[in-house]
Each structure stands twice: as C-alpha cells, then as structure tokens.
Write a protein that binds this ligand. Sequence first.
Ligand code: OSB
Ligand code: MG
Length: 387
Amino acid sequence: LPADPGRGGRGGDGTVRIEAIELRRVDIPLVTPFRTSFGTQDTRDCVLIRVVTDVGDGWGECVTMPWPLYSAESSDVVIPIVSAHMAPRLLGVDGIGPRDVARLLAPIRGHRMTKAGLEAAVLDAWLRAAGQSFASFLGVAVERVPCGVSVGIHDSTEALVETVGGYLDEGYVRIKLKIEPGNDLAPVAAVRRAFGDDVPLQVDANAAYEPGDIPLLRRLDAFDLLLIEQPFDEERLLANVDLRAAIETPVCLDESAISAQVVADAIRLGAVDIVNLKAGRVGGYLEAARIHDLCVAHGVPVWCGGMVETGIGRAANAALAGMAGFSLPGDNSGFDRFYATDIVADPLRMIDGHLRVPTTPGMGFEVDPEAIEAVTVERVLLEAPSG
Ligand code: OSB
Ligand code: MG
C-alpha cells in the first residue's frame, strides 16, 4: 500500500485528531438462530465504535462474538481493552491518518477485531472529510459484488434442504454449509441431491476436525465442492499440508489466517489453496487489502468472508469484496439474511444475486441513530485529556 493517502490516489492527504471515542455494546436479534460447530447465535452482541474527530464523526464495528469460541477475542473484552490500552494511544494525538491507527496500536498484541473497529471508524471519519468513498480509496472498479450465503447447521437434513432452497430462490449465487463431525457427509449429499451438481457449494468446519479425520474429509471429494474452509484448529497449519496432499477439494483458511505474515507463511508452507479474508480477523481493512495483494501476487484465490455484520461492517465488506483479486463469491449477503431491520439507513439488499458497492463518502453507510439507541445495552464515552 502507498504511504498515504488512498490507493485510489484521489483522497485528501489530511489527518485527524481524535477528541473522543464512544463505545456502544449492542444486542440485535437475528431473524433465525445461526449454528456453527462452536455454538448457536440468537442475537448479534458486539461493540460499535464512534470516533469524534476535529473533522467530524466516523463509525466502525468490532466483529467479535459474545464468546471466545471462534477466536480468543469476545465482545465483553472490547470495552475494557479499548478503555485501558487502546484509547490512551489514540486520543488527542495530532496527525492521525488511516494507517496510523494500526501503527499506534501495533505494540498491543492480538485483539485484532477491536483494532479493526477503531481503524474503520477513523477511516470513516477521514474519508468523509476527504469526500472519498472507501471503494475509491481501495481502487475498486466494479459496481456490484456477487452474494454467497453461509447456512448454519440444521437439526434435520429436510430443514436444511428447505433453507437452502429458499436462499437459491432468493438468488444467492453460492451456498456455504456449516459442517461438524456427524453433520458433514449426509447434509452435503442431501443438498447436492436436491439441487444438482451445478450449484456452487462449499463447506466451513470452523476448526471442528482433527488430523485423524483426513480419511473422512477425503470423502467430501465426491461432492465437487469449491472448497473446505478451516478444517483444523487455528494453530494447526501443517495439518492442512497433509490434507491438501490427500484430497482434491481446495483447502481454505479462515481462523488461521490472522495476518499478512501468517498468510505468507501458510502459502510458503503449502498449507493453503484459497483464503477467506475478513477485515476484523486480520486487524483491519488495510491489513485485509495487503493480504488481498499478497494473495494476488502468489496466485492464491481470495474471497470476502463475513461475521454477521450490521450495516456498518456490511457496507465496508461490500467495498472490500469489489477489489480485483476477489475471484470467488463472498459471504456478502443482504442485510435481511440475518436482520429484520438494520441500524443504518438504506441497508444493502441483494438484487439479482448481487450487492451494490457503496460509493458515498466514508465507509458507505449512514447510521440510524434511533435504531442504534434502541439496541444499545451499554455505552462508554472516552475523551481526550483537555488542553
Ligand atoms: O466462519 O465464516 C465463519 C459467522 C460468524 C463467525 C464465523 C463465521 C461466520 C459465517 C457467516 O460463516 C458469514 C456471514 O454471512 O456473515
Ligand atoms: Mg469460516
């Protein structure tokens, strides 16, 4: 990435000063429970961040889940870690550009989803002041991105087939099935049987398998899947080398791919065919753009993942997914896949199996303050020391 300003090369080169950081823990009901191999989510419980700067406000979303089961981070640590360790490194500092947030927070290890939320909020304020869209900042040339949908584990194959049929009728162009030991071959076979071999289909194990399961996973080859996502524990890179040698289905990393460094190492080890890219998991949209570039340079296909984002993160993901190297449909669903109403005005809807790439200044949304207030369960305001 160029030092500053935007990759698109048209943004302002100004900087901001963060006067205050508002943290709002929200709890938003989901239209249907979402079950993965590590748990069932009924609501979206996460922290939204508003930065108040000398050039205006910006909003970002921390994509943590309520429990440390997908990764070590969880929603209940966001407010304490920002209050005690992150805000003091940012508040009142002069000359902050988008890339300075990650630089100032770099000494703090981990907590990437929290860092990503802060960086996104600053990017939003900075881009709005510059009158530039995030898509333009990233150099995105397309107007829309294709929509894949992530389908949770169901209690019965009949119910799963019905759900998948509904999404296909709505126009989703790719189906991702969550799997776990005991809920893998049979549901995949049932979906293939019901909808045929032409439906782009992939699976996501969320780290639920052991290296000893490789013979079982090899049987997924019969279903001509686009990929298998994160079969093993986050720290097990080498098991993926063994799996790749044993199966035809491409191996995709999600949980393991926490930074450009780890992705570079995984590529060199031969541990990965395809990368699921999530800005929150890697510490921010700028690190995500860097990983995109790295994957393109190595000929590794990349696609845009999701974390059940509200309209704030969903808009930013739609811009990220428009970058030229995203060669597979992402988990970029319409807001109504998860929510009855959104906390942004004019939430992204799927049209003809696609989402439009937002082009308004900032990260691509306008918040609905009343809707946010209605779902807020805790609010903390951190202010720069005066003077
Ligand atoms: O593993 O990709 C995942 C949601 C929450 C946590 C982890 C994952 C997911 C999804 C849903 O699969 C993606 C989405 O549509 O937002
Ligand atoms: Mg995943």
